[in-house]
Write a protein that binds this ligand. Structure first.
Ligand SMILES: Cc1cc2nc3c(=O)[nH]c(=O)nc-3n(C[C@H](O)[C@H](O)[C@H](O)COP(=O)(O)OP(=O)(O)OC[C@H]3O[C@@H](n4cnc5c(N)ncnc54)[C@H](O)[C@@H]3O)c2cc1C
Length: 388
């Protein structure tokens, strides 16, 4: 069994590392403490390298870097802690439009996304529906060549920076819920849209978005009327293909080891000499290896064109739950000083562990909660009966 990446992917890794060492500057890292995990400067430089276009499959007209190269890119970005919340959405949105969109959407939206000029956002969740995404109630009603949209979306992350939202709406309330959905690409400068910030207990900003008699020409529709569930499946395929988070723990472990080697307790002993500290670090490193193998498995499946199964759910579940566990362990290791926040004098590791401690639980919710992913693994991998 050979777990190494092909030379092409390793050459790409070297190129990515050199680029990130130069461009993920302290100023870029600092930007994400504003709550917006995105840097326009870095994003546009990656677009200029052709990496956004490269992530779009060749058969859809993109640059067609393969899944192993994409996996390497995601791994390195996470090791460098690069602020890239917007990147995955841009790649997924461009790919969805190229696969299912009309010529107008392909010409109007995709080039701007892939050139790094525009960002997108996902408008699926609502105040009353998140996991059960098909229960969306935001209403779109046809009026001649136009649609009139009314409703509220929750957690429209990046809406305050983005130009577009891929919006899930209900166009038919008289059929089973999966059958009455329609998607639109909505430009945020359309009259009638309001964006309000929602802050998480972690450090990031998301948004509530309100749609009040928003009028949209039919050319902005994505896919068939009442055919939204098929679009959703395509969207999830692309979202899962580039899902990140597998290596969130990596810089956390590295920094904690460095800290434990330097930091002395009042009795003069080094933290790293404490067997409990060592055990936790080693267990975390083993978890990280498991994450790496999960990530490789997903990337390999995508590279050979295997249909997406439950591997994405397994990876997301394990990676986010271990990230949460590691943040808990490491904040304990730091003692009371670990509670000092980024920007406060004497905060160990610049407050990184404290920030991760608040951020990690959020990663077990977005992109599918741990409970939903456990259901998927139970049904799809263990063959247990469908959860009700
Ligand atoms: C920071 C952040 C960013 C996000 N960004 C976006 C975004 O950009 N776009 C977007 O559309 N959404 C986004 N989301 C929404 C996210 O996808 C939802 O929060 C998530 O799907 C859960 O939905 P919910 O919050 O409505 O909780 P609910 O679905 O109401 O779930 C509540 C609890 O019940 C559990 N539960 C629900 N159903 C089941 C079941 N069948 N079996 C077992 N347990 C179940 C859940 O796991 C959870 O613990 C974001 C969320 C967060 C926190």
């Amino acid at each position: 069994m050979d777990f190494s990446y092909p030379p092409r992917a390793e050459d790409f890794r070297t190129e990515v590392r050199q680029f990130l060492a130069e461009h993920v500057t302290p100023a870029v890292l600092e930007e994400q403490h504003s709550g917006t995990v995105h840097s326009w400067e870095l994003h546009q430089k990656m677009a200029a390298k052709g990496w956004l276009n490269g992530a779009v499959p060749e058969e859809l007209g993109g640059g067609g870097r393969d899944a192993l190269e994409m996996s390497v890119l995601i791994e390195e970005l996470q090791l460098f802690r690069a602020p890239i919340d917007a990147m995955g959405v841009v790649i997924a949105l461009a790919s969805i439009i190229l696969e299912l969109g009309n010529d107008f959407l392909k010409d109007e939206v995709v080039p701007k996304l892939l050139r790094g000029e525009s960002l997108g956002s996902f408008g699926y969740s609502e105040p009353e529906s998140g996991s059960d995404v098909a229960a969306a109630q935001t209403k779109a009603v046809r009026d001649g060549d136009e649609w009139v949209i009314n409703g509220t979306k929750m957690w429209t992350t990046m809406a305050h920076e983005a130009d577009y939202v891929i919006l899930l709406t209900r166009t038919n309330a008289d059929v089973p819920k999966h059958k009455g959905l329609t998607f639109f690409i909505v430009p945020f400068d359309t009259p009638g849209i309001e964006i309000q910030p929602v802050w998480t207990m972690g450090y990031e900003r998301s948004n509530a978005t309100f749609y009040d008699d928003v009028r949209l020409d039919d050319k902005w529709r994505l896919g068939d009327v009442d055919g939204g569930w098929a679009v959703m499946k395509t969207a999830l395929k692309f979202e899962r293909g580039i899902a990140g988070g597998q290596f969130f723990s990596a810089p956390l472990i590295e920094d904690t080891i460095a800290h434990a080697r330097r930091h002395r307790r009042p009795d003069g002993s080094l933290l790293i000499d404490d067997p409990v500290v060592r055990e936790r670090l080693v267990r975390a490193m083993i978890d990280l290896e498991v994450c790496r193998v999960f990530a490789q498995r997903v990337a390999y499946g995508a590279a050979v064109g295997a249909p997406f199964g439950v591997e994405g759910s397994m990876t997301k579940l394990f990676a986010s739950e271990t990230f949460k566990k590691h943040s808990n362990w490491f904040i304990d290791i730091l003692g009371v000083e670990g509670l000092l926040r980024h920007g406060e004098p004497d905060a160990p590791m610049g407050g990184f562990i404290e920030e991760s401690f608040r951020h990690a639980p959020v990663t077990t919710i977005y992109g599918g909660t741990s409970e939903i992913n456990r259901n998927m693994v139970a049904e799809g991998h263990l063959g247990l009966p469908r959860a009700r």
